[in-house]
Design a binder for this molecule. Structure first.
Ligand SMILES: Nc1nc2[nH]cnc2c(=O)[nH]1
Ligand SMILES: [Zn+2]
Length: 473
């Protein structure tokens, strides 16, 4: 079923969003008006308990325009929060989520990942998994996702179709890999076929969403060890010629860094491999960046490339602790990625928690208190930071007039005197918590049961039984 068409809607209730890396704005009694194009037309941050309190509607002209608006009121404990932005995710690896044993990156790829991805030559299988997964990520409040697909053009295009149909903003990339690191039955046959297939997928994705309002193509050389030098250079050229983003992995694991040294002996370092092949630029998303040298960090900063921090994955496949604080202090742009299925969860909320945990483990190692990320900072990375990484800053990631309504309704459980049931999700609210405590309780113990409705560009794209508003998904 297609997602519902937006009609002008006024949302009443608490809003919570980042206004800077360290500041979370919490407005307990707010109203946000979203027009029929899905754009935020007005925000009132104070003193709105019911629709009759909305000052914007006191103006007769506005009253006429908004007289048929739908009103969605958030009752009980909860708040509207910007949709999450997942800056790094491998959709075809979803069936492997939670499966990694004691492997690390290079043996994990051979044991779990390549066989699963190879099976996406079967389009019916791809359809079943992609439909399930896009629904799954939406249910966790992910309104924008940078997806790696597989080498297969039909299955990659299908993933884009499903994102468009379900209404999830997505960057969808056909994976390029032509080196002998990958099994013979799962690699591009040649540089020219790699280019032709990538261009075919870019053209298809552009044909279904010319303006790129919901889905956009992204050039996706898997990582340096998967690509020959010719293929990397060709992908840099394709990205430039077609004016698209590029995504790849960098410096995730120490053995991988050593492997890159042997495969590209003429390059100074891993970042230089990408830089010298035309891959690094302001539209490049680099996943991981765990073991970069100061010189590599300077190169990435100079090229204005962006970083996707994937903390759950970095712990699961024992890659390391990304030094997020130092990267932020140097001025890098960082978002969060689930990196399913290196990462064991499709939830960005889980990765907010994991980013905080990883930063604390790093702090234990370095002895530096400053290495710890705060709740506010991790939520910023999950929203505004992610928006910058995927080139959507000013459009999504926060609540401002002129931005688009990509949002989730978060509801927390209410415990009254007689209450001993827990259908309302994992977070129990007793009524004495402050607003910032409620947000903290959500961050540390909430999950998809608390995300009761999700909108992208004003379209309702996910709802649970706890959503009391109208509208079919
Ligand atoms: N985490 C992760 N790292 C990679 N490096 C190259 N491919 C992958 C992948 O699929 N996942
Ligand atoms: Zn990855």
């Amino acid at each position: 079923m297609a997602a519902s068409t937006p009609i002008p809607t006024i949302y009443l209730g608490a809003i919570v969003h980042s206004t800077s890396l360290t500041t979370l704005e919490i407005c307990p009694n707010a109203a946000i008006g979203v027009d029929s194009s899905g754009m935020i037309a007005f925000i009132e941050k104070e003193n709105v308990s019911t629709i009759s309190d909305v000052q914007f509607l006191q103006n007769p002209q506005n009253q006429t325009t908004w007289s048929h608006a739908r009103i969605i009121t958030l009752h009980g404990h909860g708040f509207f929060f910007p949709g999450f932005i997942d800056t790094h995710n491998h959709a075809p690896q979803h069936p492997n989520t939670g499966l990694f044993g004691k492997t690390t990156l290079l043996d994990w790829l051979q044991t779990y990942t390549f066989p699963m991805e190879a099976s996406f030559s079967d389009l019916a299988r791809a359809k079943r998994i992609y439909q399930n997964f896009v629904g799954r990520t939406l249910s966790h409040g992910t309104t924008t996702c940078a997806y790696y697909a597989t080498i297969h053009v039909p299955a990659t295009n299908l993933l884009a179709d499903i994102c468009l149909q379900r209404g999830q903003r997505a960057l969808v990339g056909r994976v390029c890999m032509d080196s002998e690191l990958s099994p013979e039955d799962y690699r591009d046959a040649s540089v020219s076929s790699s280019v032709a297939d990538s261009v075919a997928s870019i053209a298809y994705i552009r044909s279904i969403d010319e303006a790129g309002a919901i889905v956009r193509p992204i050039v996706t050389p898997r990582f340096a060890p998967s690509c020959t030098s010719e293929c990397l250079r060709a992908m840099g050229a394709v990205a430039k010629r077609h004016q698209v983003f590029v995504q790849t992995h960098i410096s995730e694991n120490k053995s991988e860094v050593e492997l890159v040294k042997t495969l590209f002996p003429l390059s100074r370092d891993y970042a230089h491999v990408y830089d010298s092949h035309g891959i690094l630029g302001e539209r490049t998303i680099l996943a991981h960046a765990v073991h970069l040298t100061p010189q590599e960090r300077a190169t990435i900063l100079a090229r204005k490339a962006k970083i996707s921090h994937c903390p759950a994955s970095n712990t699961a496949i024992t890659s390391g602790c990304c030094p997020v604080r130092s990267l932020l202090d140097e001025g890098h742009t960082i978002g969060l990625g689930t990196d399913v299925s290196g990462g064991f969860s499709p939830s960005i909320l889980e990765n907010v928690r994991q980013a905080i945990w990883v930063s604390r483990h790093l702090s234990l190692q370095t002895g530096k208190e400053a290495d710890k990320l705060s709740t506010e900072e991790a939520l910023y990375l999950a929203t505004r930071g992610g928006a910058k990484v995927v080139g959507l800053e000013g459009k999504v990631g926060g609540f401002e007039v002129g931005m688009e309504w990509d949002a989730q309704m978060v509801k927390l459980g209410e415990v009254d005197e007689a209450e001993d049931r827990f259908e309302s999700g994992p977070v129990d609210i007793f009524g004495w918590e402050s607003w910032s405590e409620m947000v903290e309780k959500w961050v540390y113990s909430g999950d998809d049961r608390n995300t009761v409705a999700v909108w992208v560009r004003g379209r309702l794209v996910h709802r649970t039984g706890r959503f009391e508003g109208s509208g079919e998904v």
